[in-house]
Design a protein around this ligand. Structure first.
Ligand SMILES: [Zn+2]
Length: 421
């Protein structure tokens, strides 16, 4: 499902009818990778849905949220979600399982969000030969909070590789906590609020992990003592997570601690929950959301949607975007045509953005923090491919704009890889 667009047209032509599909593999639970699953089921798919344990746990809550914006009747929604629950199966990483016709599959860690996987498929051929394919799914970065690093992929005949940032290098991630701390101290100095539009899955939990360190880790709270004194009555600044979906997913992340990285597990074992701290507040009920809209004094508010296309962040921006003491902090990609993109574009000239049919002047300061991408950059993609024990027979690039694919094709070809366009 494409993001940043208002409506998604239903499929009119199926190359293979959903009824005839035996297996559906989900690499991870981001909505652009699972969003059309209900449509597939509504059109007759009744095969097996294969994914990791964590993806399985995230699947239904995310689809339930997505379906709430759809035209299906309540009864249809209920039936579709039950079908997703019944047809989907969670599997372990690194183990090979067999399917019909002796086809085998293995999931590897992709380091993108919790539960994200790449897929290794082996097809038996004549004369005991095997033809194999690795499908990268969305690949993440090394040293992502909470997540184990991506696994090295096995050798294969065909590699289907994502290429979102095939033409770009990310800024150094090691300084991003420092940037976040400095930006927050500056933003809160004039007693305003900081609004952080964030995606419910992945980005919110990553941010909470970093805020936890800024607020409760000894080293960081010494470095930024202001954060402990900028709230009302010189108390620590309250952090509100104002998104029922993000809160629900954070709870699921909690239950899936077996899939966290070693650092987060160690911190939990040490009785220091890695993304829960004293001044963190959950805003579940709509009534409470309305109350914090005019909360007096400094606060940090994390709310969806990530590109300000809907959700509670819109109400915060309607009340706070035209006040110069406030700040907006973007930590994610803002697609063309979204209010988030307009806010970034028109912030310097104090232009306006249209939210719920209202023109709101942008007087708040607007910042964009880089280093938060959940996707590997060009260097990361090349390093992951190079980690294969042998060069793949061929590489096919997907999930990237043409320019990104062209640049990455050039890099891979120069290193002796065969890229099919
Ligand atoms: Zn993704």
């Amino acid at each position: 499902m494409a993001q940043g667009h208002d409506s998604v047209q239903p499929m009119t032509e199926w190359k293979i009818h959903p009824r005839n599909i035996d297996y559906l593999f989900l690499t991870h639970a981001h909505i652009d990778h699972i969003g059309r699953l209900p449509e597939l089921i509504a059109n007759g798919f009744s095969g097996e849905i294969i994914c990791s344990h964590a993806t399985k746990a995230l699947l239904v809550p995310l689809l339930k949220d997505a379906l709430s914006f759809s035209d299906y009747s309540n009864e249809q929604k209920r039936q579709l979600l039950t079908a997703v629950q019944d047809l989907s199966w969670g599997f372990e990483y690194g183990q090979s399982f067999s399917l019909k016709k002796e086809i085998r599959f293995t999931l590897g860690r992709a380091g993108h969000i919790l539960g994200s996987s790449f897929l290794y498929l082996q097809f038996p051929m004549e004369k005991n030969k095997v033809w194999s394919v690795v499908f990268s799914g969305d690949l993440g970065n090394y040293n992502t909070p909470l997540l184990p690093d991506p696994d090295a992929p096995p050798a294969c005949d065909l590699l289907v590789l994502e290429s979102t940032y095939g033409d770009r290098l990310h800024e150094d991630r090691t300084h991003r906590l420092d940037h976040l701390g400095k930006t927050l101290v500056k933003a809160l100095a004039d007693n305003g609020k900081v609004f952080i539009p964030a995606f419910a899955l992945g980005r919110t939990q990553e941010l909470l992990y970093e805020l936890d360190r800024l607020f409760s880790d000894e080293k960081w709270s010494k470095k930024f003592p202001e954060l402990q004194q900028q709230g009302r009555g010189k108390a620590p600044v309250p952090v509100f997570v104002d998104s029922p979906l993000a809160l629900q997913i954070t709870e699921i992340y909690n239950e899936l601690s077996a899939f966290w990285d070693e650092e987060a597990k160690a911190s939990l074992a040490d009785n220091d929950h890695p993304f829960d701290f004293r001044d963190l507040y959950s805003v579940k009920r709509f009534k409470d959301h309305q109350q914090i809209l005019d909360f007096p004094g400094s606060a940090i508010v994390i709310a969806g949607s990530g590109m300000c296309t809907g959700g509670r962040i819109v109400n915060h921006l309607l009340t706070g975007l035209d006040k110069k003491e406030n700040d907006v902090l973007f930590v994610g990609y803002q697609a063309k045509g979204t209010p988030g993109r307009d806010i970034l574009k028109y912030a310097d000239s104090h232009g306006y953005v249209r939210l719920k049919q209202q023109k709101i002047t942008i007087r708040a300061k607007v910042h964009k923090l880089t280093g938060y991408s959940a996707h590997a950059d060009q260097q990361g993609l090349l390093a992951w491919v190079a980690a294969m024990p042998a060069k793949p027979g061929a590489i096919r690039l997907v999930h990237g704009e043409k320019r990104a694919q062209d640049v990455l094709t050039g890099k891979l070809s120069a290193q002796g890889y065969s890229v099919i366009q």
